[in-house]
Design a protein around this ligand. Structure first.
Ligand SMILES: Nc1nc2c(ncn2[C@@H]2O[C@H](COP(=O)(O)OP(=O)(O)OP(=O)(O)O)[C@@H](O)[C@H]2O)c(=O)[nH]1
Ligand SMILES: [Mg+2]
Length: 275
């Protein structure tokens, strides 16, 4: 089945959606990437705000849960013109999809009209799996994670999220899924300090989820990559100065199959379009 080129970024709060879109916008303005701007985009206020913050070395702010921003950026890719629809919204909405197990019309339309999904997962925020072979009992500080959706594990939350969205789209799971094509982007890759491949990290951090995807998608219908849109945290004056001096569009990279770093962030779009 031919899939359309509409792309939806799905990600819980703080998974790096807005930072990535702001950095992508910077790359497009810079005109050095594989994906090129065709003409000036309209309505980019939300992304521009995040872009301007990065330009002065400030981190992006959490997107309000009520925000549903849709930006259309005309681009040229492989000699062809098409419009990149960027949707940014508060990740709280994604958290609610799983917590309440219900979705509104906005999400039905999003799930149905976008044939290419990018799922943002920030591995450094995944709760460590409890390994019974290493400890006799689990000790867990209840204050440690106030960001959890419920008492269920991160793994089942991501599985449920994908199931809810497939349900909203009306895609059954009896046969291997071809569309939506799924790009799993492991974000804030710099926080991992690892030489492992994105696939290895997914299997290490979320083995059940990795298995769920491999079992339900057609091979070739999904892919796993690493993304560091910002390259390092902007928590110190030194880090902020570096951003100010060297410009945000010079930071950020992707990690493709065997963990080489790819500086052209626009290639993430190429990866999802080529699925
Ligand atoms: N170290 C590091 N931090 C990052 C990176 N990308 C984003 N961050 C930080 O992660 C936090 C969340 O980033 P956002 O882009 O606002 O995340 P979001 O998914 O838009 O969050 P919501 O709007 O709440 O849904 C911010 O403090 C960013 O500075 C990265 O590549 N590396
Ligand atoms: Mg945001």
């Amino acid at each position: 089945m031919a899939a359309n080129n509409e792309i939806l970024i799905i990600g819980p709060p703080s998974s790096g959606k807005t930072t990535f879109l702001a950095q992508l916008y910077g790359r497009l303005m810079d005109k050095k990437g594989k994906l090129q701007l065709a003409s000036a985009p309209e309505n980019i206020d939300g992304i521009k705000n995040a872009y301007d913050r990065l330009a002065v070395g400030e981190e992006t702010e959490p997107t309000a849960s009520t925000d549903n921003l849709e930006v259309k950026i005309p681009v040229i890719y492989g000699g062809q013109d098409f419009v990149l629809h960027c949707k940014d919204y508060g990740g709280e909405q994604v958290r609610d999809l799983v917590a309440l197990m219900e979705y509104d019309k906005t999400w039905i339309v999003r799930a149905k009209t976008n044939d290419r999904w990018i799922l943002f997962i920030r591995p450094s925020e995944i709760e460590h799996r409890f390994d019974l072979s290493k400890k006799g009992h689990a000790t867990k500080d209840p204050k440690e994670r106030n960001a959890t959706i419920s008492s269920t594990s991160d793994q089942s939350q991501f599985i449920e999220l994908v199931q809810v969205l497939l349900h909203a789209r009306g895609t059954g799971m009896k046969n291997p899924i071809d569309t939506p094509r799924l790009l799993i982007a492991l974000t804030c890759w710099d926080e991992l300090s690892t030489d492992s491949t994105p696939e290895e990290i997914l299997r290490q951090k979320l083995p059940l989820f990795a298995h769920f995807i491999a079992a339900n998608w057609l091979a070739g219908g999904f892919k796993i990559i690493g993304v560091s849109a910002q390259e390092f945290p902007l928590k110190t004056d030194e880090a902020r100065d570096k951003y100010l001096d060297e410009m945000p569009q010079n930071f950020g990279y992707l990690v493709l199959d065997d963990n080489p770093k790819e500086k052209d962030l626009t290639r993430l779009i190429e990866e999802v379009l080529s699925l």
